[in-house]
Design a protein around this ligand. Sequence first.
Ligand SMILES: Cc1cc2nc3c(=O)[nH]c(=O)nc-3n(C[C@H](O)[C@H](O)[C@H](O)COP(=O)(O)O)c2cc1C
Length: 197
Amino acid sequence: MENEQKLLIIVGSVREGRFGPVVGSWVAEQARLHGGFEVDVVDLAGIDIPLALPAASPKSAGDDYPRPAGMARLTSALEWADAFVVVTPEYNHSYPASLKAAIDWHFTQWTAKPVAFVSYGGAAGGRHAVLHLENVLTELHAVTIRDGLAFPNYFTAWQDGEPVDGDAPVYAKTLLDQLAWWSATLRAGREAAPYPG
Ligand SMILES: Cc1cc2nc3c(=O)[nH]c(=O)nc-3n(C[C@H](O)[C@H](O)[C@H](O)COP(=O)(O)O)c2cc1C
């Protein structure tokens, strides 16, 4: 549908043997069941994301920003999206370097769009990672969503690709309802007038 909100799910971990794709697949399933979005998933493990950035800023360079060819899939998906779900683990009380690099190679693609989080990890369930992401994405004029999903001790909290907690789909629906509201509201705002940022 033309007016359907476009949701991009970003799988943030790229580590060998990572758990991230299990969480990403489940979130994508919940988003498709929700019905309010056209859904795409980008896995950062398949994207070329160098740590060395160009001299120019991605904000001022706009379309002329010299990104590697292997990043085009990520850039076009970020541009396409009206809303994001970032799936992140927690590494040393923050989020993975792959996610930070992916964020830093872009700017306007995040502007005036909502971002929700699904996190997992040890005891804290990735909450430190999400706090840092909220801080960083605000700098890019993204809007972060209050309700997130956090899975502490993911190694016991998941079984056969699903959360053990039978209420997890209910929490996912709340997150997606909030995201859909922000997505429609901010897209209408972007279409009505250029964002002053
Ligand atoms: C370098 C590194 C640091 C980690 N630090 C934390 C941490 O601070 N807090 C936590 O809850 N889990 C931590 N963990 C455990 C990860 O959350 C867990 O391994 C998770 O599966 C990582 O996601 P991934 O498998 O998708 O890479 C760490 C893991 C790694 C590899």
